[in-house]
Design a protein around this ligand. Structure first.
Ligand code: ADP
Length: 459
């Protein structure tokens, strides 16, 4: 069944209340029923003890000592509150009966030997009757006293009560069902608001937010959690847009240079050395584009979760040295030397990804160092970790700049102004590749003094 939430709540509530109200009504009816019957039986008892006062029990028989009792009003009248009394012998023969019975007699049940109350009929009307034995001092039955009072009024009251309860049962349930449905509907209406706002939100209007309800309840929580989610989505979309525009911008610069150079070359015939020079410049631009595309592809692979680290144990010192070798040309150009600790130290990490990380950090240390400087590489092993410290004495950074260097395309103003080549993607890649193989990065940097990168590996 495809019930709405409010109908479902109302329906379950209805079932529970039906059971409870049913039980309550049954209880009310049985309490009233018992009270009425206890009352009637009490009347019968009182009457019986009155009658017994006029009976004198002897050893084998009994006699009526007070004949006036039998002439009492209620024993003669039939219309209002009559009481019918009859005394029968052991075998059921009528010995005495009240005047209001005329020719009629009260029903005698020979099988009932002890005191017993039961419902019966007298002249077509419901009657409550008591039958009890008249015993001699030895406990032998000498006869029976039978007393009856009309049940009609009590039966009417009980029947009325039963009818009222039966009729009011569905009415109460219907009222409860619609009230619950209304209340449930009212409590769910803020959810409808949430749904209608979220339905309208698309990529284009991600800045819209759900209005928070006044009461800080579950719906408030739901709405604020959806708003948080929208904040994160909006951030991600903004970052993605920014990334695309930055990436196109970065690619456009070398492409424009390339196009300009080639345009100059075909405008008119030139000397061979001129061609050689321009072609070299073009190759440099193509290299830049290719490097940038490699970096973008690496980030995209990381973003789509396609980079699976393969952890192995390798000699970190050798790895640092092989990366320095690859960057030797750059170091030579700036006359930069290096120092590395002597001891071979082993770490557990992904060998290829570590190459990319080391190459980026070492190449930064060279790029952002001054001419004729030295880069110090220290490998320190402590309690299951290895701290690889790459320290330069270059341009350094302020704390605010350090906070941003892992953002994609971020470059400090100093590095832009100094026209040091770069895209601002290297450290973003370093951060992601370190994260997936649990390498921690710490940075200490001081403006105009130098920078230390700590790569903390598991040994
Ligand atoms: P880039 O290609 O610009 O070097 P990175 O992501 O590798 O991009 O670095 C981001 C920025 O961080 C650099 O542009 C530079 O401003 C700053 N930076 C990185 N390493 C150093 C360093 N060793 N010394 C000073 N600044 C650095």
């Amino acid at each position: 069944m495809n019930f709405s939430l409010r109908n479902r709540i109302a329906f379950f509530y209805l079932i529970t209340t039906a059971v409870l109200v049913g039980l309550l009504f049954a209880l009310i009816f049985s309490v009233v029923h018992n009270t009425v019957y206890n009352h009637l039986d009490g009347d019968l008892d009182a009457e019986a003890s009155e009658v017994f006062k006029s009976i004198v029990v002897l050893n084998d028989s009994f006699i009526f000592a007070n004949p006036f009792e039998w002439g009492e009003k209620e024993h003669n009248q039939v219309e209002v509150n009559p009481t019918f009394v009859q005394v029968v012998s052991k075998d059921g023969k009528i010995i005495k009966k009240s005047g209001n019975l005329f020719v009629h007699k009260l029903e005698f049940n020979p099988n009932v030997k002890t005191k017993k109350y039961f419902d019966t009929n007298l002249l077509g009307s419901p009657t409550r009757q008591l039958q009890m034995p008249i015993l001699n001092p030895n406990g032998n039955v000498l006869g029976y006293l039978i007393i009856a009072i009309p049940l009609e009024e009590s039966a009417l009251v009980l029947a009325d009560l039963r009818n009222v309860l039966i009729i009011s049962f569905p009415i109460v349930l219907l009222i409860l069902f619609f009230t619950t449905r209304y209340i449930a509907g009212k409590s769910i209406s803020p959810i409808k608001k949430v749904i209608s706002v979220t339905e309208k939100i698309t990529r284009e209007n991600l800045n819209e937010r759900i209005e928070l309800p006044v009461h800080k309840d579950e719906i408030y929580n739901l709405a604020s959690k959806i708003n948080d989610l929208l904040n994160r989505l909006e951030d991600a979309v903004i970052r993605e847009k920014q990334f695309t525009s930055d990436a196109s911008h970065q690619l456009r610069t070398p492409l424009t240079v390339l196009k300009g150079t080639l345009g100059v070359l075909i405008r008119k015939p030139r000397e061979i050395p001129y061609y050689e020079e321009k072609i070299k410049e073009s190759i440099k631009e193509v290299d830049r584009i290719s490097h940038l595309v490699d970096q973008l592809l690496l980030l995209a692979r990381h973003e789509s979760g396609k980079i699976e680290p393969v952890i192995s144990r390798f000699n970190l010192r050798e790895k640092v040295l092989s990366n320095i070798e690859r960057l030797f040309e750059q170091m030579k150009n700036k006359n930069i030397g290096f120092d590395i600790s002597e001891k071979n130290i082993y770490v557990s990490a992904d060998s290829e990804l570590t190459d990319i990380i080391l190459e980026n950090i070492l190449s930064n240390s060279i790029k952002y160092s001054h001419q004729d400087c030295k880069i110090n590489i220290n490998l320190v092993e402590t309690n299951g970790t290895v701290d690889c410290i790459i320290q330069d004495n270059g341009i350094g950074m302020t704390d605010e700049q350090v906070e941003k260097i892992f953002d994609r395309f971020y470059r400090t103003d100093e590095s832009r102004e100094a026209q040091i080549e770069g895209s601002g993607l290297g450290l973003a890649i370093v951060k992601k590749l370190s994260e997936i193989q649990q390498i921690k990065i710490n940075i200490e940097s001081k403006k105009d003094s130098g920078t230390s990168f700590h790569l903390i590996f598991n040994s």
